[in-house]
Design a protein around this ligand. Structure first.
Ligand code: IPM
Ligand code: MN
Length: 389
């Protein structure tokens, strides 16, 4: 849940949020955060609304201010204007402290256009080089793995988020002919790999669980790209003598995630493998309704999202589970420095999964989307009163 706050960028943002008045006096207790809200497509707006509801309540309970600006990038806007994420949009997003994203993906738009034009464009333009995906089984949640309990499933995947097969390097030769050649190059830079691995070591230290970092790669086949990962992992690891270094090939990682998920503390991996293993991760933590993630630039503007996508078939029915989006909002608050609020929201989510919801699946929660948001709010409010009294 928590991410390292050892980076200089964090200090900068503390100053930015120190709330100085014009005459230089410090305002008491009133940090203001500028948050960009991008509800996006499908069920994105419904779940984002619940996440914003919880964030607004947290701002009043924990005495900080949130100013929100909405951005309508997504399928509808694309169909009307032909625009994906514009340069002007990127320039504006840069001015915020963080971004809360709903979902990107529209049934009437050819696959790839919105994903590359909005989601990946934002990740790359804002250099959000970490994709942080906690895999945590909350109490009361049905796990498809026999006999696995919340204490068995609690790890974090640190996925590199700007390189590898996602870099967009490649092309066609003799396209459309029987001699066609298509290439897609995995790009791995020392700088990109190292900053990701460093982040993962710092996170492992900060989590203070088993203090074990597993590199997930494929050194037996990707003997160039993952040789770089392997060497960097071990070189950087020398600076972290308190962290146990562990290695698993990606195929074995999938096997262990099902067989012995309790073996993992933090996993660091490349962009493509991270994409794949975190869908498996989402399933073992109870499904897409609960899986949240952050696209993080520790020195810049980060973007948080439920990782489940736009779920077109459930759109507008009020049946989608907003807990992943609420969890994303909690991760956002943690990243900008409101760690107490973030922690308490996660606890409230856990209370709701343990005591209220029948299932995490869309339409089977026993409550509608907005009622689930209300349940989290109710619990958050109660928990803060308990502390006060
Ligand atoms: C994810 C998604 C994206 C990815 C797609 C929509 C481009 O699957 O966030 O995991 O592959 O990164
Ligand atoms: Mn994915």
């Amino acid at each position: 849940m928590s991410s390292p706050n050892v980076f200089i960028g964090d200090l900068d943002s503390r100053f930015k949020h120190a709330g100085m008045t014009e005459n230089g006096k410090k305002e008491t207790m009133s940090k203001t955060y500028n948050i960009a809200i991008m509800p996006g497509d499908g069920t994105g707006p419904e779940v984002t609304q619940e996440a914003v509801k919880v964030m607004d309540l947290a701002s009043s309970l924990y005495k900080f201010k949130v100013t929100k600006k909405n951005y309508d990038f997504g399928g509808e806007r694309y169909l009307k204007t032909g625009e994906t994420l514009t340069e002007e949009g990127i320039a504006q997003l840069r001015q915020h402290d963080a971004i809360l994203l709903g979902a990107i993906g529209h049934p009437d738009v050819k696959p790839g256009i919105l994903e590359k034009g909005i989601l990946l464009k934002a990740r790359f333009a804002l250099d959000q080089y970490i994709n942080l995906r906690p895999v945590k089984l909350y109490p009361g949640v049905d796990c498809p793995l026999k006999d696995k309990k919340p204490e068995d499933i609690d790890f974090v995947v640190v996925r590199e988020n700007t390189e590898d097969l996602y870099a967009g390097v490649g092309g066609f030769l003799k396209k459309g002919t029987p001699d066609e050649v298509a290439t897609q190059t995995s790009v791995n830079t020392r700088k990109g790999v190292e900053r990701c691995i460093r982040y993962a070591f710092e996170l492992t230290r900060k989590r203070n669980k088993e203090k074990k970092l597993t590199l997930c790669a494929k050194t037996n086949v990707l003997t160039f790209a993952h040789d770089l990962w392997w060497r960097t992992f071990n070189e950087v690891g020398e600076e972290y003598s308190d962290i146990k270094r562990d290695y698993a090939h990606v195929d074995a990682t999938c096997m262990w995630m099902v067989k012995n998920p309790e073996w993992f503390d933090v996993i660091v991996t490349c962009n493509m493998f991270g994409d794949i293993i975190t869908d498996l991760g989402a399933m073992i933590q109870g499904g897409m309704g609960i899986a949240a993630g952050g696209n993080i630039n520790p020195e810049g503007v980060s973007m948080f999202e439920p990782i489940g996508g736009s779920a077109p078939k459930y759109t507008g029915q009020g049946v989608i589970n907003p807990l992943a989006a609420i969890g994303a909002a909690a991760m956002l608050l943690n990243e900008i420095g409101e760690s107490q609020a973030a922690h308490d929201i996660e606890q409230a989510i856990m209370f709701v999964t343990a005591n209220k919801l029948k299932s995490l699946a869309a339409g089977r929660m026993g409550f509608n989307t907005s009622e689930v948001g209300d349940l989290v709010c109710e619990q958050l409010e109660k928990s803060t009163k308990k502390v006060a009294s």
